[in-house]
Write a protein of this length. Structure first.
Length: 370
């Protein structure tokens, strides 16, 4: 089978010729190629060469989880503050998002009355008052062209990209705007207003996906689910403030045959049953090593493909034999009857041992044959 056929078969819960591979390899490619995080974020040519070198040196894999280049200037396109390597941090440090309160509780009224677009523009101007619209549009256009070009480049080689772009869930979007602490308090202090705001945000995000999904060769889009797992919310809170809006978004988009990739950070083990309410064979659950992936297989067997989940600690601190053993365990249990794509649990850390990354690639290619 081709890499493209392999990925499609896994998503449809079929058994391909072997378990497909799709590591989330971004900043690791920079470290492996010997460029700094500053160069990775601000020098497109160096970044692209680093990604290509990594792919070629390790013998390739079946799909890029995401396009490997994030232009550091795109931080100006989202209303949050960042610390960047070479500017606020040493040149070889990963960038950091500051969880500050960009949006106030009074801004919910603006969102509800004027819409998500007006709120977003206001918050962006509040975060970066020195950037005019022309500057931001130029950054946005350049990044879009670079992203589509890189996806198309590998697509022409038969290597698909799973996620063409990133979007937050409605819950996570407003939580990031408000900050974790403020948003959690809002659930107690202004719950009704929060529900109105989440409904408006949900409809807006659906439209954003509809506009962006068709223009890329990628399989689907990265739906970030960062802050609503069982580690943050009670079941009652999840069912009121998170799940209804997530369900509406997924139902609307899967009707259009848009692949929804749940990027489920932290521990979702006690929320796994909810994923059975999403359409069968239309979504992909990407786990980061904290959720019990073996329990996920028990719950979602025959319903949803799972991607994961070589955790950061294993790739950084483990040995090649430990990586090999874990990959074999995933193949034998989670991948027994199909519906598995092996990759890293979230992004491959920049300080991953190259021999461990190689062990993951080689083991799946040799041992993962059905």
């Amino acid at each position: 089978m081709t890499p493209n056929e392999r990925i499609e078969a896994a998503v449809k819960l079929e058994r391909p010729d072997r378990v497909p591979l799709a590591p989330f390899a971004m900043s690791f490619t920079a470290a492996y190629a010997g460029i700094t995080m500053e160069e990775y974020l601000f020098d497109k040519d160096k970044c692209e060469r680093a990604a290509d070198k990594t792919f070629e040196d390790f013998g390739g894999w079946d799909a890029w989880y995401m396009y490997p280049f994030i232009n550091g200037l795109t931080t100006y396109l989202y209303p949050k503050k960042y610390r960047m390597p070479g500017i606020d941090l040493p040149p070889n440090r990963p960038y950091q998002m500051i969880d500050s309160e960009v949006m106030t509780v009074d801004d919910y009224d603006i969102l509800i009355s004027k819409g998500y677009g007006d709120l977003f523009r206001m918050l962006l101007n509040r975060s970066y008052p020195d950037k005019d619209r022309q500057q931001l549009n130029s950054i946005r256009t350049t990044f879009k062209e670079d992203r589509l070009s890189y996806i198309a480049k590998y697509s022409s080689k038969g290597i698909p990209t799973i996620n063409g772009f990133l979007l937050n869930s409605p819950f996570d979007e407003l939580c990031l705007f408000r900050s974790m602490e403020a948003f959690m308090l809002d659930m107690y202090r202004v719950p009704d207003k929060l529900e109105e705001a989440l409904a408006v945000t949900t409809d807006a995000l659906i439209e954003i996906v509809k506009r962006n999904a068709p223009i890329s060769d990628a399989k689907g889009f990265f739906l970030a689910c960062y802050r609503m797992s069982g580690e943050f919310l009670s079941v009652k809170q999840f069912e009121r403030f998170a799940f209804p809006y997530l369900r509406k978004m997924v139902e609307e988009l899967t009707k259009l045959d848009i692949l929804v990739v749940f990027h489920a950070d932290t521990n979702w083990t006690k929320n796994l049953e909810y994923f059975k309410e999403f359409p069968k064979g239309k979504c992909l659950l990407s786990l980061d090593g904290f959720t019990d992936i073996f329990r996920a297989k028990e719950v979602l067997k025959g319903h949803m493909c799972i991607l994961g989940d070589l955790r950061a600690s294993l790739l950084v601190l483990g040995t090649p034999s430990e990586v090999e053993d874990y990959c074999k365990k995933l193949i034998d249990t989670v991948g027994e009857d199909g519906g598995l794509i092996i990759g890293s649990g979230d992004e491959v850390p920049p300080d991953t041992k190259p021999e461990n990354f190689k062990a993951m690639i080689d083991t799946v290619k040799k041992y993962g044959v059905y």
